[in-house]
Design a protein around this ligand. Structure first.
Ligand SMILES: Nc1nc2c(c(=O)[nH]1)N[C@H]1C(S)=C(S)[C@@H](COP(=O)(O)OP(=O)(O)OC[C@H]3O[C@@H](n4cnc5c(=O)[nH]c(N)nc54)[C@H](O)[C@@H]3O)O[C@H]1N2
Ligand SMILES: Nc1nc2c(c(=O)[nH]1)N[C@H]1C(S)=C(S)[C@@H](COP(=O)(O)OP(=O)(O)OC[C@H]3O[C@@H](n4cnc5c(=O)[nH]c(N)nc54)[C@H](O)[C@@H]3O)O[C@H]1N2
Ligand code: SF4
Ligand SMILES: [Mo]
Length: 904
């Protein structure tokens, strides 16, 4: 065993979703890292999903932003960016000087920070402190505005504080789990696996999914309610009416612990009859009735919700309509019961703790409460304190566009992809006097428009804490050496603050010092006796030594000194009278209704193996094959209605923008709905930034955009050629611009480009030689009658590039060709089969289903057909598929069903 191999694993936390899984990371010689689930972490007990398992493929320095840059002019051309590298001192002086100047001339309202739930709590804490305490404005908002803000607003309205009253264990002890607007199987896979395992132990545990789409999450559901987009409030008001009619009220709980039932019930009863609700929601009445009866009959019920609830112009009301049903039945704060908002990002919850949103203060205190403002200012000993809500994400970019905000610092988020009306946001940044971007990746759509780029430490290098969906604080620990010029985000923020002349508040030497201050603030004057208690309390952690902080085990808040972790004061809500509030929720349709011009509803969301704008997950050869290009799911009847064909391209447009994606026929859509994934940016595709289409309408209470509902239309995107290119290196952006369509995916030692172009007379041999040039010999094959062209370049027996084009999208599978890039030398048979695109023997595995073991669709179908594997378990025994992270189990089940149906 070498020295490197002997290195012990570092216990850290996954940097992707809000499940917050513990990870064991072991660096190996040669720069690779072994990744395993932490068997004792309470979020995952050793499990990881496909994204977590592939983390080792994302830690290389390729594509990293490694030095600060200052650019005098910005045009997004990579070559020019690289010339303007500067040292940190120069970059920090520049940022401080520019921000200082804008504040001196135009006031603090003219500057802003736009941050992220992917920051560590310590980064987040100092960002919020600088803006609210020293600049005295609340112009700091975060991508959590696009994510959790409706849940936050709903919690505050109902409980007086942003508190999530559930844990993962509650899911395991519940008798009914209702998943609302949550594709848990793909977006919170380890929680989903815990649900699956709980059902195996206790088959009586029922699962209901409420989602307009039949998602992979529905595969194990007892009941799926494919409601009309945006109609959740009507559905839960209907449930409240039903509970009322059935006498399910917990009178004692309502009397002792709540307020406002009458008004909420009155609203719910209006139009709350079954038939009316069924019609409003577009669901069969018997199905709805079945759900209502199940809910009414099951005391232990957890309603877990995510973006199908939050991302709507009625998002906050959706949240409260759910909470109302739990308050009415007293199903909250008990094992196996409660409304459970599951968070998206790894530290969405930590951001809420430090008050990173423009309408919050720090440590769960309120911006509009003078006592809270005084208290935070006193604790910080700050010169100022913000006293009114700052600009929320969508407003912030509007203000930038109008020149009211003149300098913005964007940290750990890629808003030019993720905001609604994203083309307008891009115009806004183009006009902005100063755009500073802190990122760990060099080429993001947002970084392309930055005047100053600051290199951040990435996962594996940075160190601090994050809080997951169930309020569990875990350490992220460094296990790789930091590139010399990559810095923690907290450090960059503190350095700018010091240069602005604020040394007092920002003299931190480590993440641990910041965490201690954060913990002390949470406990500061947090006093039940004075009627001013906040549940969020970390007094038990406010005096950790450096070593104790380093060794901190995962712990759940509240964490009051001397008390057990996660002990809630029994039903004392942190409203002035200690009672939770029912909130009347009047159903209202999404703001923009479909019309003649834009007759369809565009829904947007996630796929299993990509993370947001793909800056990290897009680099993983293991993750990319699952969905290698942007696609639009369309109901088969809509295909006919709009003249589309499965597998061809379509242009989807709205009043705000357009995108091009591959058509995927899907009976799992509601008719009239389209689904587009959110992940593709200009760095990965020609024209697939979905944010460009999304209407910028927001929820009036939370300011969260209506990402799940934009009127849109779809039409065929006519091209003369379909094709693909596999090539060792990334292609030049200007060469790609000639094509009508392209999308890139990472393979093992190659890049995959799906392409399409116009112009019947295209000279493909010349195109290939110009754009895929390099050493070696070209093999060409042109079939004039079919109009197809295929070519490959081979150097010293090694495949360097290949291109396949045809007038139809009937091209060979890419998997086998892609696998040849890992060969040092092609064998004779491989070489002669190259242009057939398929091995001479039946070795083609088909599109990847199991990312962990690279098992393809064809291989699986064969095992089902020929080897009688009729359960996922049998497939696992034979092919290992689904036996590591389990994220593909829903797809395995579906494949078995399909194959069996085909046989019958
Ligand atoms: N693989 C993967 N996992 C992720 C992420 C990722 O990028 N990739 N991102 C993480 C983040 S930050 C987040 S916020 C979470 C999001 O996790 P989820 O919320 O589960 O994911 P989404 O796909 O955005 O949307 C969920 C579902 O809402 C449904 N929906 C749309 N409209 C409505 C409606 O009106 N009512 C109801 N009831 N449902 C509706 C959609 O059809 C969709 O299936 O995922 C986290 N996990
Ligand atoms: N249409 C549509 N749009 C959506 C959504 C939707 O459902 N539909 N969902 C919304 C939701 S819920 C979310 S959460 C957002 C997510 O949207 P974004 O936050 O814009 O997406 P990410 O790709 O996660 O961007 C994170 C950036 O931070 C960088 N980064 C990672 N770690 C660090 C770090 O430690 N420090 C620094 N400085 N940088 C780092 C990454 O390289 C990346 O560029 O998208 C929102 N937008
Ligand atoms: S479920 Fe997957 S993405 Fe989420 S924290 Fe766990 S390993 Fe990471
Ligand atoms: Mo999110």
């Amino acid at each position: 065993m070498t020295m490197v191999e002997a290195l012990p694993a570092t216990r850290t936390t996954c940097p992707y979703c809000g499940v917050g899984c513990g990870v064991l990371a072991t660096p190996r010689a040669g720069g690779t890292v072994d990744i395993a689930g932490d068997p004792v972490h309470p979020a995952n007990f050793g499990r990881l999903c496909s994204k977590g398992s592939a983390l080792g493929e994302t830690v290389s320095l390729e594509g990293r932003l490694l030095r600060p840059h200052i650019r005098s002019h910005v045009d997004g051309i990579a070559a020019e960016r690289l010339e303007e590298q500067v040292g940190w001192d120069e970059a920090l002086d520049y940022v401080a000087e520019k921000f200082g100047r804008v504040i001196a001339r135009h006031g603090a309202e003219a500057v802003a920070l736009y941050v992220s739930g992917q920051l560590l709590t310590e980064d987040y804490y100092v960002a919020n402190k600088l803006v609210k305490g020293w600049w005295g404005t609340a112009n700091i908002d975060t991508n959590s505005r696009l994510c959790m803000s409706s849940a936050v607003a709903g919690h505050k309205r109902a409980f007086g504080e942003d508190v999530v009253p559930c844990s993962y264990e509650d899911l395991e002890t519940a008798d009914l789990i209702v998943l609302v607007g949550s594709n848990t199987a793909w977006c919170h896979p380890v929680v989903y696996q815990r649900i699956v395992a709980a059902r195996e132990r206790r088959p009586e545990l029922k699962l209901v999914v409420i989602d307009p789409r039949r998602t992979p999450t529905c595969d194990i559901a007892d009941l799926h309610l494919p409601l009309r987009s945006g109609s959740d409030v009507a559905l839960f008001n209907g449930l409240l009416s039903h509970l009322h009619a059935q006498g399910c009220a917990d009178q004692g709980f309502i009397e002792r612990h709540t307020q406002g039932l009458d008004a909420a019930l009155r609203v719910a009863l209006e139009g709350g009859e079954l038939e009316a609700v069924a019609q409003a929601c577009g669901i069969d009445a018997p199905r709805l009735q079945a759900f209502y009866e199940l809910f009414a009959a099951t005391p232990r019920v957890v309603t877990m919700f995510s973006q199908g609830v939050n991302q709507a112009s009625s998002g906050t009301d959706k949240v409260n309509s759910i909470i109302n049903c739990h308050l009415y039945t007293g199903r909250i704060g008990k094992p196996g019961a409660g409304p459970f908002s599951i968070t998206g990002q790894p530290n969405a919850m930590g951001g809420r703790e430090v008050g990173g949103l423009a309408n919050m203060l720090a440590a769960h205190m309120d911006l509009d409460n003078p006592r809270h403002r005084q208290r935070v200012q006193a604790f910080w000993d700050s010169p100022r304190i913000a006293d009114k809500t700052g600009l929320k994400a969508v407003e912030l970019f509007e203000a930038i566009g109008q020149g009211r905000v003149k300098a913005v610092w964007i940290i750990a988020t890629n808003p030019l992809v993720s905001l609604p009306d994203a083309d307008r946001a891009r115009e806004a940044l183009r006009r902005c006097e100063l755009v500073v971007v802190s990122d760990c990746v060099a080429d993001t759509d947002t970084a392309r428009l930055a005047h100053v780029l600051l290199p951040a430490q990435a996962w594996g290098e940075k160190s601090g804490t994050v809080t997951n969906s169930e309020r569990c604080i875990s350490r992220q620990r460094a296990f790789l050496p930091s590139p010399p010029e990559a810095k923690p985000d907290w450090w960059a923020i503190c350095e700018v603050a010091k240069r602005l002349g604020y040394p007092e508040g920002f003299n931190f030497n480590s993440a641990q010092e910041i965490f201690s201050e954060h913990a002390r603030l949470s406990a500061f004057e947090n006093d039940a006796a004075q009627g001013d208690e906040r549940v969020f309390n970390l007094s038990g952690l406010d005096a950790l030594s450096e070593v104790q902080y380093d060794e901190l085990e995962p712990v759940r808040w509240p964490l009051r000194r001397g008390e057990p972790s996660a002990a809630f004061p029994q039903f004392r809500f942190t409203t002035p009278d200690g009672r939770a509030r029912f909130v009347p929720t009047v159903p209202r349709p999404p703001v923009n209704a479909p019309d003649e011009e834009f007759p369809l509803v565009l829904n947007t969301g996630r796929v299993r193996d990509q993370w947001h704008t793909m800056t990290r997950s897009g680099r993983s050869p293991r993750l990319s094959p699952h969905r290698p290009e942007p696609f639009v799911e369309v109901h088969p009847q809509d295909l006919l209605a709009y003249g589309l064909r499965d597998g061809e391209l379509a242009r989807i447009s709205s009043r705000w923008g357009a995108a091009v994606a591959r058509v995927q026929a899907s009976g799992e859509q509601r008719r009239g709905n389209l689904f587009l994934p959110i992940h593709w940016s200009d760095a990965f595709a020609a024209d697939a930034r979905v944010g460009a289409l999304v209407n910028p309408v927001v929820d009036p209470v939370s300011g969260e955009p209506e990402f799940k509902h934009t009127p849109a239309r779809i039409e065929a995107f006519a091209v003369d050629w379909y094709g693909f290119v596999l090539v060792r290196d990334v292609l030049n952006a200007t060469d790609l611009a000639e094509l009508a369509y392209w999308a890139r995916a990472s393979g093992a030692q190659f890049q995959r480009y799906e392409i399409a172009s116009r112009g019947a007379e295209q000279d493909w041999p010349a195109w290939a030689r110009a754009h895929l040039s390099g050493r070696g010999d070209w093999l060409d094959y042109a079939d004039a009658s079919a109009g197809a062209y295929r070519a490959a370049r081979v150097a010293d027996g090694r495949l360097e590039a290949c291109i396949f084009v045809s007038p139809r999208p009937d091209l060979p599978e890419r998997e086998w060709l892609g696998s040849l890039f890992s060969r040092e030398r092609l064998e004779a048979g491989e070489r002669s089969s190259l242009l057939a695109g398929r091995p001479s023997l039946d070795g083609d595995t088909g599109a990847t289903v199991c990312a962990c073991f690279g098992v393809g669709r064809r291989t699986l179908q064969k095992a089902i057909r020929e080897h009688g594997c009729t359960t996922p378990k049998q497939l696992g025994q034979r092919l290992k598929a689904g036996t590591n992270c389990g994220s593909c189990l829903p797809e395995l089940r579906r494949l078995i069903e399909e194959s069996m149906a085909a046989v019958e």
